[in-house]
Structure formats: C-alpha cells, structure tokens
Design a protein around this ligand. Structure first.
Ligand SMILES: Cc1cc2nc3c(=O)[nH]c(=O)nc-3n(C[C@H](O)[C@H](O)[C@H](O)COP(=O)(O)O)c2cc1C
Length: 180
C-alpha cells in the first residue's frame, strides 16, 4: 500500500487493551480507512476526522515484519480471512499489540467491496512467542534490503512453520493461550 505513514517516533510506552475491549476498523479495497470505532481512536491517539480516508498503514509500527503484511494482503486478495498478531504505533508514539481478525466484506452479489478488522488483546504467552518469531523475520528482512524483503521473510516463516508441521494460522492458535 502507499507509504504515507507519518514520521511518528516510538516512545516505548505500551498500551494494553482490556479483555473486554475490541478495536474495529473498516477499509476500502485500497486499505484506506472508512470506519474506526472509539477504541481504535483512543488507543491510536487519533481523531476520527484524521483517520477516515487515510491508509491503514497510518498506525504501522516500524518493528512489524513486512512479511506479515504481505501475508495479510495475499490472503485478502485471495478472498480469504486472516488472523494475525500485529504491533501498532499510536500517533503519540505509544505502541500496542493485538490479535487481529481481518476479512473481506462482500456485497449482496458476493463481490468484495472492502475489508473489515476486529482486534482483541494478546495473551502474555503469545506475546513472547510472537516477538521471538517476528524478531527472526526482521533479521531475514535485514539481509534482504529493498523490495524483496517481504517475500523473503514470508518464505522463511512458511518454511520454518512447515518444518514444525504448522501453517501460520495453526501456529497462531497454538500460542494464543487463555490467561494474560
Ligand atoms: C482491514 C485492514 C486492517 C488492517 N489493520 C492494520 C493494522 O492494524 N496495523 C497495520 O500496521 N496495518 C494494518 N493493515 C495493513 C495496512 O494496510 C498496511 O499494509 C500495513 O500497515 C503495512 O504498510 P505498508 O503496506 O505501507 O508497508 C490493515 C489492512 C486492512 C485491509
């Protein structure tokens, strides 16, 4: 997607979603925000009028592997849903981790007209596993500077999980856990 991300510097301050909070956003086919709920706005430190119409990479965290977003878009463009762990960057520099579900939205004829995402808190157990795996993906990306980084780290991820006999989705649920 277009790289119009603002130059927000991460402060290291972490925000944690409460167990009863859900972040919701919707986008058009190009990933531009068309709807954000209040939890999204508050945790991302953004006003609604500054969010609507902007690309969703508005809250992209620089420590997120590109390969995860490649997986996200490959999956959505195939018409499928995806669950993923994502670290986001609020506009005041704080960050927050989410367990996200992202899915195409369809009209009455079944045509994809946009995308929809709902996110909840990440368990402490999952968090440690995710940071380890994503850290390794970032190392792969550092060895592939430029446009091929996303494909390189996604291939590395899929090979690594295949060795374990898992897909990304199976791995994601296996580390999800219940307790925080
Ligand atoms: C419905 C939907 C929700 C998304 N949610 C996020 C999100 O929470 N955080 C994020 O960084 N990217 C999210 N993305 C992916 C962004 O569109 C974008 O691909 C990503 O931030 C990487 O930015 P880049 O493609 O400019 O590198 C979402 C995309 C869609 C379609």
């Amino acid at each position: 997607m277009s790289s119009t991300t603002l130059a927000v510097r991460p402060t290291g301050v972490e925000r944690v979603l409460a167990d009863d909070q859900l972040i919701v956003s919707k986008t058009d086919l190009k990933g531009r925000l068309t709807y954000t709920n209040d939890v999204f706005l508050t945790i991302s430190a953004i006003e609604e009028q500054d969010a609507i119409g902007r690309p969703h990479n508005l809250i992209r965290h620089p420590s997120m592997p590109r390969g995860i977003f490649r997986l996200l878009w490959d999956t959505l463009r195939a018409g499928d849903e995806l669950f993923a762990y994502v670290q986001n960057l609020a506009l005041d520099g704080a960050h927050y981790w989410v367990f996200a579900h992202v899915t195409p939205s369809r009209d009455a004829q079944g045509r994809v007209v946009g995308y929809h995402s709902t996110r909840r808190a990440v368990s402490a157990r999952a968090r440690a596993e995710v940071e380890r795996l994503y850290g390794q993906m970032l190392q792969v990306e550092a060895q592939h500077p430029g446009r091929g980084a996303d494909e390189a780290s996604l291939t590395w991820l899929q090979d690594r999980l295949t060795e374990q006999g898992q897909t990304y989705s199976e791995w994601l649920w296996s580390v999800a856990g219940g307790a925080r």
